[in-house]
Design a protein. Structure first.
Ligand code: PXP
Length: 240
C-alpha cells in the first residue's frame, strides 16, 4: 500500500495572510487523518511564512499518524527538530525568495553540511529522508550518508506535457526509484502531484510514500478536506 502524506502548509498560509488564528493547521491535520491520511507533512521554514513553532509543538502531541517535518539543513531548525522529535524529517533546500521548494537538495556539492544535519537527526532517533531530483549522482551521495529514505522530486514530471515528455519524466523517476531501492533506502515522491497525474507515480515499483499538498488543499476548498484526502487516498491505492 502506498502511504499518503498530506502537506498542510497551505492551511497555515491562509491563516498567516491575516496573521490570525484561523484556519488552524491542527484542525486540518485531524480532518486529514479522518480522510485516511497516513501522514501529516509540514515545513517549518526559516522565515516562518506559514507553519509556526506552535503548530509543530501541538501537532507533535495530537497527530496520531506519521508526522513528517520538512526542513532545511539549518542549525536552528535542526535543534528544534531534535527537541520535538517528529517521526520523520525530510531535508529540503530552502531559499527565501522561492514560492515553494523549487528543486531537490544539492547533496554532492555540500556533503559535509548535509552529513552534519543527518547525523544530529539520526542520533536523536529521527528517520531521515532527503528530497532529491531524480539524479543518480545525488542518490548515490544520499546512500553514502546512510539516510533511510529518498523523496524523489516529481516537479519536472508534473510540469511535462502529457504524452512523450511526461512519459520520459516518468521513466526517469522509475530509474531513480530503482537506484534508491537498490541502495536499501525507502522510496518516497512528491511535489506537483494532482488528482490527474498521481496514478503512474503511485504505481512505480516499490513506491512507499507520496507527499501531496497543493492539489489536495485546492480541492478541499471546494469539497472539504476530509473528502479531498479520501479521494486522493483512493487514487494512490489505499482503501480509505
Ligand atoms: N514534498 C516536498 C519535499 C515539498 O517541499 C512539497 C512542497 O512543500 C511537497 C512534497 C508537496 O508539494 P505540492 O504542494 O506541490 O503537492
Amino acid at each position: 500500500m502506498v502511504e499518503l502524506g498530506v502537506n498542510i502548509d497551505h492551511v497555515a498560509t491562509v491563516r498567516q495572510a491575516r496573521k490570525t488564528y484561523e484556519p488552524d493547521p491542527v484542525w486540518a491535520a485531524a480532518l486529514a487523518e479522518l480522510g485516511g491520511a497516513d501522514g501529516i507533512t509540514i515545513h517549518l521554514r526559516e522565515d516562518r511564512r506559514h507553519i509556526l513553532d506552535r503548530d509543530l509543538q501541538i501537532l507533535k502531541q495530537t497527530v496520531c499518524v506519521k508526522l513528517n517535518l520538512e526542513m532545511a539543513c539549518d542549525e536552528e531548525v535542526t535543534g528544534i527538530a531534535c527537541e520535538v522529535l517528529p517521526d520523520q524529517a525530510t531535508l529540503v533546500p530552502e531559499r527565501r525568495e522561492e514560492i515553494t521548494t523549487e528543486g531537490g537538495l544539492e547533496v554532492v556539492g555540500q556533503k559535509d553540511r548535509v552529513r552534519r544535519t543527518v547525523q544530529r537527526l539520526r542520533e536523536a532517533g529521527v528517520f531521515v529522508s532527503l528530497f532529491l531530483d531524480p539524479d543518480l549522482k545525488q542518490i548515490e551521495a544520499a546512500a553514502e550518508l546512510g539516510v533511510s529514505a529518498v523523496e524523489l522530486h516529481t516537479g519536472q514530471y508534473a510540469l511535462a506535457r502529457p504524452g512523450k515528455d511526461q512519459a520520459d519524466e516518468l521513466e526517469c523517476l522509475k530509474k531513480a526509484g530503482i537506484a534508491v531501492r537498490s541502495a536499501g533506502m525507502a522510496l518516497h515522491a512528491g511535489h506537483g502531484l494532482t488528482y490527474r497525474n498521481v496514478v503512474p507515480v503511485a504505481r512505480i515499483e516499490g513506491m512507499h510514500e507520496l507527499n501531496i499538498g497543493h492539489s489536495i488543499i485546492a480541492r478541499a476548498i471546494m469539497v472539504g478536506l476530509e473528502r479531498a484526502v479520501r479521494e486522493m487516498k483512493q487514487l494512490v491505492g489505499g482503501h480509505a
